[in-house]
Design a protein around this ligand. Structure first.
Ligand SMILES: [Mg+2]
Length: 223
């Protein structure tokens, strides 16, 4: 990719916001309450997917027996209560600041509910770095494609000028659907072995990604 990016679209959960262990802990609580065995972080990263309904099943929850809507609500209620236990990834704010200062614009495209996204971004005092903050209007973490398409229309950039940074195969699929390039980070919700199947650059963490970003003339290219 020799493109020069003028806009970075960030995923939030698992990319900027490190809620991986919290999500695992909440899921394991749900499994234990339903008399199922808890899972490890390695297994979690292997089974995590969108729609989240599919990984509930892979974690062992029988969705014929348990209502996904009830389990999903139970998961989200506990997650919501505990969300501030999670922190930003190492150096996340420093890198948002660096990209912002370079003149490259940034937005967030999240499967999070919009009001929760805004609250958290404000909690970490990050809103100043973003042009648009886009979340979903319900709690069930479905697809970001439609939201992404709306965002791309607003950005109105040429092909090859928008880069999406995410931590899941779904982020890659969204990028492809909306016409953005994509890089992935393997310190979030999915394992590196899954992410490399997307055939885009996969970095261990934000630090490695930033080391591969070259800043020139209010744009970013990838070394
Ligand atoms: Mg994510």
């Amino acid at each position: 990719m020799n493109n020069h990016y003028k806009h970075i679209i960030w995923d939030w959960n698992g990319t900027l916001f490190n809620d991986v262990e919290l999500c695992l802990d909440v899921l394991n609580g749900l499994l234990l309450r339903n008399e199922l065995n808890p899972i490890t972080i390695t297994k979690y990263r292997e089974i995590f997917t969108f729609p989240v309904k599919d990984y509930y099943a892979k974690a062992g929850l029988d969705l014929e027996k348990y209502s996904f809507e009830i389990l999903g609500k139970e998961w989200m209620d506990e997650y919501q209560n505990r969300r501030l236990e999670a922190r930003l990834f190492h150096n996340a704010e420093k890198y948002l600041q660096k990209i912002f200062s370079s003149g490259v614009e940034q937005s967030i495209l999240s499967a999070y509910k919009q009001d929760t996204l805004l609250e958290l971004v404000n909690h970490f005092q990050l809103s100043k770095y973003f042009t648009y903050l886009n979340g979903l209007d319900h709690i069930y973490a479905t697809s970001k494609v439609d939201l992404g398409k709306e965002l791309m229309e607003k950005l109105n950039h040429e092909k090859g000028e928008v880069l999406l940074v995410g931590d899941t195969v779904h982020d890659f699929e969204v990028a492809r659907e909306i016409g953005a390039d994509c890089v992935l980070i393997a310190s979030g919700h999915q394992s590196k072995s899954k992410l490399v199947e997307c055939k885009v650059k996969v970095y261990e963490n934000l630090d490695e990604m930033m080391n591969n970003f070259k800043f020139t003339n209010q744009s970013i290219s990838i070394i």
